[in-house]
Design a protein around this ligand. Structure first.
Ligand code: SF4
Length: 474
């Protein structure tokens, strides 16, 4: 069986797809290579959320081929679904497999390996009927498997154990796809309608991870708040969280992101009732201007969003509250940009993720006239990032003098270090003085700020600042 390497791009959902593929390939007896250069087959798992994500994927493929022209490259993921023909012509690409056909990659790799010396692969592949008729199954140029059957792809449970911070905090994708149609967003076209992992599978995966020693798990999805609405026995996201708390012993559960109108009173009360749910809400905002929100086909207005944030702040005064913002949407005026800045200033955000608008083919926004010039988008993005940094710094300052329960993370630094990285429930990075094993809970007195992270010392028993948190220690 061949050796393989998966080159990952994109969001947590794409990383989760890569983890599923890796598990499937290992189950079939393939061997994972430690680097692309050592592999027979490289799977490039792409993202297409922005034009620069597309460019990164093309660049990576060209570099792979230049480094070793003998490597077979299979390109998959969201870019492969959106524009397979753009990828099929790149040098070294053997196959382009869209998200719709991703589950067939293991069979494809097996067949490539068995027939590597054969002149063609005709007839071997049961999915041939799914290939658009214009596509050829001859070996060159690259063959393409992509089509409009995204809803039929089964959502498989495989936690992502690698990647930044994931060595100690695995991510479990429990939902994929999206039924909304935000005018700038290509995701529904490349991931299909919303699909959920059945609650029993979610519970089992979390039990497995918990029994394996993991202390914190991140639940992810494209639109997590819609979890369970597609299941024959409909399940609400809050109810899934209750079941996880009740039926597993996981110490801390974090949710990756949730749309504003899914932040209900019920959800906030649930988070306020236990320290096993991380006090962290990432809520896409996109704009503080109602006219731009309407043009984006977002279904809330600034005042609705503000109410949800205030609801969180009233019940959870120290929770992390983050937002995504897009700047430079077509037709965005200086006043509308100023309205976004003022709106963000008025709310207790603890961090911001700022994105420059990127025209995505096939979306409604791609047909809009009046684009914002690139230099103006850059300047607006700078202003928003600077505001985000100011808010993040103020939040860090507000935590100095508190004692926080932290989960130690694996340090990527080699050799002895004077401090250990750790993460708080409210998503603050803290460097804890001294060397501590990873994946352990520490009560840490936050004494200072150091760059973009906080500095702290393990709290001594009897300290006046001793934590009142009840989270079980590892
Ligand atoms: S909610 Fe909107 S932005 Fe988010 S994935 Fe769905 S369509 Fe895209």
């Amino acid at each position: 069986m061949p050796t393989f390497y998966i080159e990952q791009f994109g969001c947590r959902a794409t990383q989760a797809d890569g983890a599923v593929l890796e598990r499937q390939l290992l189950d079939r007896g393939c061997t994972s290579a430690s680097e692309a250069a050592a592999a027979d087959i490289v799977v490039v798992n792409t993202c297409t959320v922005t034009a620069s994500a597309d460019a990164q994927a093309r660049d990576a493929i060209r570099k792979l081929h230049a480094a070793n022209p003998a490597i077979r490259v299979i390109v998959t993921g969201c870019y492969a679904q959106r524009a397979p023909e753009e990828l099929a012509v790149l040098p070294g690409v053997s196959w382009v497999v869209g998200n719709s056909h991703k589950p067939q990659i293991p069979a494809l790799i097996e067949a490539i390996s068995e027939m590597s010396s054969a002149s063609n692969l005709n007839g071997f592949f049961p999915a041939a009927a799914l290939v658009p008729s214009a596509m050829s199954l001859s070996p060159l140029p690259a063959k393409t498997l992509s089509g409009d059957i995204l809803e039929q792809t089964v959502l498989l449970a495989t936690p992502v154990l690698g990647g930044e911070g994931s060595h100690t905090r695995p991510t479990l994708k429990i939902q994929d796809g999206c039924n909304s149609r935000c005018s700038y967003c290509v995701i529904p076209f490349v991931r299909g309608r919303s699909r959920s992992l059945p609650p029993e599978s979610v519970i089992q995966e979390i039990r497995n991870l918990s029994e394996a020693g993991y202390q914190e798990i991140v639940l992810s999805g494209i639109n997590l708040g819609t979890y369970g609405r597609d299941l024959s026995l409909r399940v609400e996201f809050e109810d899934l969280l209750r079941r996880i708390l009740h039926e597993t012993s996981i110490v801390r559960l974090r949710i990756s992101s949730i749309e504003p109108l899914d932040v209900t009173q019920d959800l906030v009360e649930l988070f306020a009732s236990t320290d096993r749910l991380a006090q962290h809400f990432h809520i896409p905002l996109q704009s503080g201007s109602d006219r731009i929100l309407a043009a984006m086909h977002r279904w809330y207005r600034a005042e609705h969003y503000a109410r949800r944030v205030e609801l969180i702040r009233e019940r959870l005064p120290h929770a992390a509250i983050g937002a995504d913002v897009i700047t430079g949407f077509p037709g965005e005026t200086e006043d509308e940009h100023a309205a976004t800045l003022a709106f963000i200033e008025s709310l207790p955000f603890t961090y911001l993720h700022v994105f420059s608008y990127s025209k995505r083919p096939g979306t409604k926004a791609a047909t809009l006239s009046n684009p914002v010039p690139g230099a103006i988008i850059k300047r607006r993005a700078r202003e928003l990032r600077s505001l985000g940094e100011k808010k993040a710094a103020a939040f860090r300052q507000s935590q100095i003098g508190r004692t926080l329960r932290l989960l130690t993370l694996r340090s990527d630094r080699q050799g002895p270090s004077s401090a250990t990285p750790a993460l708080s429930t409210n998503y603050l990075k803290v460097r804890v003085r001294g060397t501590h094993p990873s994946n352990h809970w520490l009560d840490v007195y936050i004494s200072n700020e150091e760059g973009n992270s906080l500095l702290g010392d393990v709290a001594q028993a009897g300290w006046p600042y001793a934590s009142k948190m009840t989270c079980a220690s590892a």
